[in-house]
Design a protein around this ligand. Structure first.
Ligand SMILES: [Zn+2]
Length: 263
C-alpha cells in the first residue's frame, strides 16, 4: 500500500521545522563560564558578594551560565585539558597567588584559541613571579604592584563606544575604593577603557594610571578591571554594568574595539 504523499510531505516539513528550531535554539544557548575565586594569597571579604553578583548577572542577562569553583580540588578537576574544552571562557574574580590549575598551558591555549578571559581586581595579583613576567600576566596585560589607602577617584572613559564603559559617559566617579598601581603593563598592548590622569593617592602627581582595559590574546578576548575590592563596589549597579559589558564583549556577544590607543 502506497503511503499518502500528502502525509509524507507533512512529516518532512514538520521534521525540517524541528531541525530549524533546534539549530536556532543551539545558537541562543547561554555561554558557559568557569568562575574561579580560589586564593593562595590574600583573600578578599568581597568574594561572596562577587559570586552572588556574577550569578545574578548571569541569571538576569541569560547571556551566560557559571560553573563556580570553590576549592583547590575542584579547580584541579575542572582545569584539565579535557575539561577546559567544555567552557566558553573563564572569570577570575579576586583570585590571588599561584593557583593550582591542572593544566595551565592548556588553560592559556584555550583562551588564545578564541575563548574569553575576564579578570576583576586581584586577578592581576595572581601567578606573581619574583623575576620576569608570568605567561598568565602576559595574557592579562598587567600585574598588581601595590596600593595605597582607599580613596575617591575619577576614572576617565577612554572608549565611549565600548560596552564595558559606554554607560559611564565621560567618567566613573568612585567615592571610595582600593586603587591598584600596576607593573608589567604596556599601553601599546592593551586598549585602555578606564584610566586615571593623576596618581590615586598623590593627586598632584600627573600620569597615566590604568584601571580597566581589553585586549586580544590570539583569537581570544581579554577584559580586566582593577576595580572590585569593596563589597559596595560589587553592589554598585554601574560597576555591575561595567563587568557585564566586559563579560559579553569577551564572549563575542557584543561588539567593541580592542586595538590599543597608544602606538
Ligand atoms: Zn583589594
Amino acid at each position: 500500500m502506497k503511503a499518502p504523499i500528502v502525509s509524507i510531505l507533512a512529516k518532512s516539513v514538520a521534521l525540517l521545522l524541528a531541525i530549524g528550531t533546534l539549530t536556532a535554539h543551539a545558537a541562543d544557548q547561554p555561554k558557559k563560564l568557569l568562575l574561579v575565586t580560589v586564593t593562595k594569597g590574600f583573600r578578599h571579604s568581597s568574594i561572596p558578594t562577587a559570586i552572588k553578583v556574577i550569578g545574578d548577572l548571569a541569571e538576569k542577562s541569560k547571556a551566560f551560565t557559571i560553573d563556580i569553583v570553590f576549592n583547590d580540588d575542584d579547580l584541579m578537576a575542572k582545569t584539565t585539558a579535557e575539561k577546559l574544552k567544555g567552557y566558553d571562557g573563564f572569570i577570575f574574580a579576586n583570585t590571588t597567588g599561584v593557583l593550582p590549575l591542572a593544566d595551565k598551558q592548556a588553560f592559556l591555549n584555550e583562551i588564545k584559541g578564541g575563548k574569553a578571559f575576564i579578570g576583576m581586581h586581584s586577578a592581576s595579583d595572581t601567578f606573581p613571579v619574583k623575576q620576569g613576567v608570568d605567561p598568565y600576566i602576559e595574557m592579562l596585560g598587567g600585574e598588581f604592584q601595590t596600593h595605597g589607602s582607599q580613596v575617591g577617584v575619577e576614572c576617565l572613559v577612554q572608549d565611549g563606544k565600548h560596552p564595558a564603559v559606554k554607560h559611564f559617559g565621560e567618567a566613573f566617579c568612585m567615592e571610595k575604593e582600593e586603587i591598584y598601581l600596576l607593573k608589567n603593563y604596556d599601553r601599546t598592548k592593551v586598549r585602555d577603557l578606564l584610566v586615571l590622569d593623576k596618581h590615586p593617592n598623590k593627586k598632584k602627581e600627573a600620569g597615566h594610571f590604568p584601571i580597566a582595559w581589553c585586549k586580544d590574546y590570539g583569537t581570544g578576548k581579554v577584559f580586566y578591571t582593577s576595580l572590585g575590592h569593596r563589597e559596595d563596589v560589587w553592589e554598585n549597579k554601574a560597576y555591575q554594568e561595567h563587568i557585564l559589558g566586559g563579560i559579553k564583549w569577551a564572549l563575542g556577544l557584543v561588539p567593541g574595539e580592542s586595538i590599543p590607543h597608544a602606538k
